[in-house]
Ligand binder design. Sequence first.
Ligand code: ADE
Ligand code: ZN
Length: 326
Amino acid sequence: MTASLEFRDLPKIELHLHLEGAAPPAFIRGLAREKSVDIGGIFDENGNYTYRDFDHFLKVYDAACTTLQGPEDFHRLTLAVLEESASHGVIYTESFLSPDFCGGGDLAAWRDYLAAIEAAAAEAETRFGITMRGIITAIRHLGPDQSRNTARVAAETAGDFITGFGLAGAELMGRPGDYTYAFDAAREAGLELTAHAGEWGGPDMVADTIRDLRVSRIGHGINAIHDLALVDVLAETGTVLEVCPGSNVFLNAVKDWPSHPIARLRDRGVKVTVSTDDPPYFLTTMSDEYANLARHFAFGPDDFAELNRTALDAAFCDAKTKERLA
Ligand code: ADE
Ligand code: ZN
């Protein structure tokens, strides 16, 4: 039995999963064939996504997304992704959804995509026993103006399913304060907030994100480890980190698993959770993440139970849903 099989059946809460980033390569190849879309050399000889570095990863990601052309494609994608997550024991997942990839940010088009995604999520809940909520996500490298539109779209469609607003993409373009307007609008609409920071940027990027965007969670946040005073602030304020160690290792945000700061952050009192980010891009699954935490940091059942409690506490869903999943 491989190490990850040992963890497959353990119930898991995942807070950080990009829906398009979870698309299996074979799924994208199938769509490309069906629609005669030329996506160039984004796959290696084994059929996996291939890219040189983070910037190239974002380009390959965008190229793969050009095959996702309508609500029906997103319906199929959502079902496929949730079936795969559920097969690794995930009982609750929060997925980043980008209206920019779903009709170019147009509100009327987004409503159709959202209906398809939500219908697939309801079907997956019945068939696979996994609950999903959506976090509408602005894409940094599309700029602050576009993020305001994304926030408006998010505010218009906030509800039981769309419960959060986030920010992903090229972290080093601009500063968190460029997105204050969008996050203020999303907060006013009742959405909960998270932003990628400290994956590529330093501790200053994490600190500015908390100050300027007033998020309760940070995507990644791992570079906070380079400023222990900031780590203590994260611990004192209960700011939750959505840590994606397999992603960080694969993209070389850290050197290797043993040098990943997740255990050091946790030991200093920071609330950490574990997610896969874009699993097929990083050849990972939630079972693999757990197996690596056990192998490199001696995480055991109590540690995994704590990770999941922290994640459920920090989840962007209502108390009733949390009670059901506890
Ligand atoms: N979009 C998809 N995956 C991402 C990551 N790891 N960082 C920033 N933006 C992303
Ligand atoms: Zn991410």
